[in-house]
Design a protein around this ligand. Sequence first.
Ligand code: FES
Length: 84
Amino acid sequence: MTAMTFEWMGQNIPFRAGESVAAALDAAGIRSFGHDTLGQETRYFCGIGACQCCIMRIDGTVREACITPAKVGMRVEPMENRHG
Ligand code: FES
């Protein structure tokens, strides 16, 4: 069986059906999702779409990774200086 994956920084990240992008990244050991304008790391925090800590670019659209279901072949990129 072929694993379901999406792309993150040139890596194929595996995920299970129904898993969010943030959960899959966390399970793959990826803790830093980018940096805000203060240089602080953005990351998986609340897990419910409330804190905006996991904002990233997903298939060209800015979204909260914790409430975005992972899909095969999607392209996920870190947000840098998202408030700038
Ligand atoms: S971790 Fe808080 S909005 Fe995603």
